[in-house]
Design a protein around this ligand. Structure first.
Ligand SMILES: [Zn+2]
Length: 490
């Protein structure tokens, strides 16, 4: 912080002193923050009130005045009767007190520092070198990414749907959509079976669970509107980029993106809106829309290829599909109903039984020890992802078997020279996808802040709970990959 401030013209000694105050302030904020593993109850985070009520509950700060100055098209007409959602009233109350008791100089430095810090990666190499030294200490990254990777990443981030359009025009096979949809059908069928078979969920809840799964919206490849040149141009119409002004272009983007976010407040909810561009290697479930999204970027090897044997595709994208479907029924997704409303649709008995099941998963992952950083995983914080991994792998395997039985005369061909069966290869491809390596700092950071378990435990955790895996690989009983105690939610 001091180095950057000095480079921007500050006096080194004054900056060092100021930043000491700033860090003390940040530590106070951090201590007021509820840890991530205690922020998984979305009902507790949904506190609807009017601005007047907020003003009554949290005094000493003019909230209406603050919201009116955000610069959104609606902000000047804002009334005290406006309803807002306050995630954590306690935090807002306490932070207001802290802010009141902090010198203005520290607050001003804090605001300017946050803005500066977030823009360092758009500055010249002298600034980025400082950032790189910091990253080395905190994340263990030995060098900055290749310049082209950074630049492509930034452009894909800022021009998400334009880059996505270019990507799908060249690299996306329209047949992928049809084939992926068929895979989803089989995997969904497997999930519905798991609901039926579950011993802990009562009959009334099962009916609603299956309904929620059946009407889950599927977004595959890209949103259709990006193929319309006019709509795409319109989407970026507020930008006036200049190829010689990278930093300024980025500021334009930040401003426009913030405005766009503000404007959603006065628009009806678009259930089919994509949260990311199509050219990314990721997939997601959105509980507020009950939809799964598989962008074109992930429909590539090792997840998927149109000419790959289906056992590889099911171990890859198939497992991801199952994972995303299961998110609708993990510890957080289950809090939303089929229409994406935060509403309890389970009976109390089913919730109790469910919590018992998830505790087994929490305990299991709590025990995984990472030598790299001498720490164990946080089973509570990662439970949603772990539940999704476990369910997803099981659904993918079952879905694959269903597909073979229902659509093929015989098993698919094996891969030559490998000596593994089709079923074994499904699990091998699954494991290979999460192959990863961590530095000490990277591992620590992942455990402290991540909602996903580190790669090796995503694999070990899921397969060791799955009797089908032990069967396919003939694992002897009571061995690490076939333990006597197995956890099952779905
Ligand atoms: Zn996930």
């Amino acid at each position: 912080m001091t180095t950057i401030a000095t480079m921007l013209g500050a006096d080194a000694k004054v900056a060092a002193e100021d930043f000491n105050d700033l860090i003390e302030f940040e530590i106070k904020l951090a201590n007021l923050t509820t840890p991530a593993d205690q922020r998984r109850d979305n009902n507790a985070l949904y506190n609807k009130m009017t601005i007047a009520q907020l003003q009554y509950n949290v005094t000493g700060f003019d909230w209406l005045d603050f919201f009116s100055k955000l610069g959104a098209s609606w902000s000047e007409d804002l009334q005290e009767s406006e309803e807002i959602v306050v995630n954590e009233p306690r935090y807002i109350r306490e932070i207001t007190e802290v802010v009141q008791n902090t010198p203005h100089r520290t607050i001003a430095n804090y605001i300017v520092w946050i803005i500066t810090m977030k823009r360092i990666s758009q500055l010249g190499s002298n600034f980025r070198d400082v950032e790189q030294k910091y990253d080395e200490v905190v994340y263990g990254t030995a060098s900055e990414s290749a310049r082209w990777q950074t630049c492509v990443g930034h452009v894909n981030n800022v021009m998400d749907f334009a880059v996505g359009r270019m990507f799908v025009d060249v690299h996306y096979d329209e047949k992928s959509k049809i084939r992926t949809n068929k895979m989803i059908d089989f995997i969904l069928e497997a999930f519905l079976e798991l609901v039926d078979e579950s011993e802990w969920m009562d009959a009334p809840t099962k009916v609603v669970a299956k309904e929620k799964a059946e009407i889950m919206n599927r977004q595959i490849g890209y949103p259709d509107w990006i193929k319309e040149n006019e709509e795409l141009t319109d989407y970026f119409k507020n930008y006036d980029f200049d190829s010689g002004k990278y930093f300024e272009n980025y500021l334009q983007y930040v401003k426009e993106n913030t405005q766009r976010g503000f404007e959603y407040l006065r628009k009806p909810v678009d259930k089919f809106k994509w949260l990311t561009g199509p050219a990314i290697v990721n997939a997601y479930y959105d509980p507020t829309k009950n939809s799964i999204t598989l962008p074109a970027g992930i429909l590539q090897p090792p997840y998927y290829h149109k000419d790959s044997p289906q056992y590889l595709n099911f171990g890859g994208i198939g497992m991801m599909i199952g994972h995303e479907i299961t998110h609708g029924f993990d510890d957080r997704g289950r809090q939303y109903d089929k229409d994406g409303n935060l509403e309890q649709w389970w009976t109390d008995e089913s919730i109790d039984a469910y919590v018992g099941r998830t505790l087994c998963i929490v305990d299991q992952y709590d025990k995984y020890y990472m030598e790299e950083c001498n720490m164990t995983l946080n089973g509570v914080q990662t439970q949603g992802e772990n539940i999704a991994d476990n369910g997803g792998l099981k659904e993918a395997y079952r879905g694959y078997r269903k597909m073979v039985e229902e659509t093929m005369d015989d098993e698919e061909l094996r891969l030559p020279g490998i000596g593994l069966t089709q079923d074994q290869m499904l699990f091998v491809n699954f494991a290979q996808i999460w192959c990863s390596k961590y530095t000490e700092q990277g591992a620590r950071n992942r455990i402290l802040t991540g909602v996903h378990s580190p790669g090796p435990y995503r694999v070990e955790g899921s397969i060791s709970n799955l009797p089908e895996f032990a069967k396919v690989f003939n694992c002897p009983a009571s061995r690490p990959m076939n333990p006597d105690k197995k956890c099952t939610v779905w």
